[in-house]
Design a protein. Structure first.
Lengths: 138, 114
């Protein structure tokens, strides 16, 4: 199997890990994409430093051909998959320490809308008991 | 000195992200058990992929830029790559989460009304 196909498999596998297996849904979160945008520049730099001088060299038969900052485009997918897998595991492990189920819930991630006025949802029929409310029984 | 090239790139990554821990206090290294556990899958799969790729000639290394030390059948620098890059990624995500508290990453305590 070529490097290109392995990268495609890795991207699909790590996306499945994030969305289905661990349900961390980083791919749906602004924080993840903002982090990746920052990392992208450094990824190009590190890939360039490793491939420019030839520290790592590729067989032309196993890659598509296009290069970005000396490195084959496949390297971007390789790095993205490594980053996504790690961050998904990091968040899943953090849920456990926060007392949440490690595999996540089926609920959609809570998205905070910065700068946009948030529409308050209609009050639920049964409001959860707030710490200050007096218990009706007990 | 040239043998230290690859190692220097990795050291640069760690040094460059260190202020996130020391100044921004993201507490990633401080939560080292969680960090080690989060790194493990990427390290195992990455090393396995790397061994496959080297065996099948997808890529190879110029040994003039390597220390010559080996680990798990790979240059030690290549194994460290699967530790260093993920650490930088976690530091970056935690830094973004710290600077943008409204952007959840998914490990926050449950919403009180959920």
């Amino acid at each position: 199997m070529t490097y290109t196909w392995l990268v495609v498999l890795a991207l699909l596998g790590t996306a499945a890990c994030d969305l289905v297996v661990l349900r961390t849904r980083l791919l749906c979160r602004k924080a993840f994409w903002a982090s990746y945008a920052i990392m992208f520049g450094f990824q190009l730099l590190v890939n360039g430093l490793l491939t420019g001088p030839g520290i790592v060299q590729y067989d032309p038969d196993t890659i598509l051909g296009p290069r970005l900052a000396y490195a084959p485009v496949e390297d971007l997918g390789f790095g993205f998959a490594l980053i996504l897998l790690t961050l998904s595991c990091w968040v899943a492990l953090g849920r456990r320490s926060a007392g949440l189920p490690v595999r996540g819930s089926s609920a959609r991630p809570v998205r905070a809308a910065r700068g946009r006025p948030t529409q308050r949802p209609a009050p639920p029929a049964r409001r959860p008991r707030s710490p200050g409310s007096s218990p009706s029984d007990g | 000195m040239r043998q230290l090239s690859y190692l220097a790139v990795l050291a640069g990554c760690l040094l460059g992200t260190l202020p996130l821990e020391l100044l921004l206090r993201v507490r990633v290294y401080a939560r080292w058990r969680r960090l080690l556990a989060a790194l493990a899958p990427g390290l195992v799969l990455g090393v396995a992929w790397d061994l496959y790729a080297v065996r099948h000639g997808h890529w190879h290394f110029d040994h003039r830029y390597l220390t010559g030390l080996e680990l798990a059948g790979l240059p030690v620098e290549e194994v460290l790559f699967f530790v260093v890059i993920p650490i930088c990624a976690v530091l970056t995500l935690e830094a973004v989460a710290r600077r943008r508290p409204g952007w959840s990453i998914g490990d926050e305590p449950a919403e009180p009304d959920r």
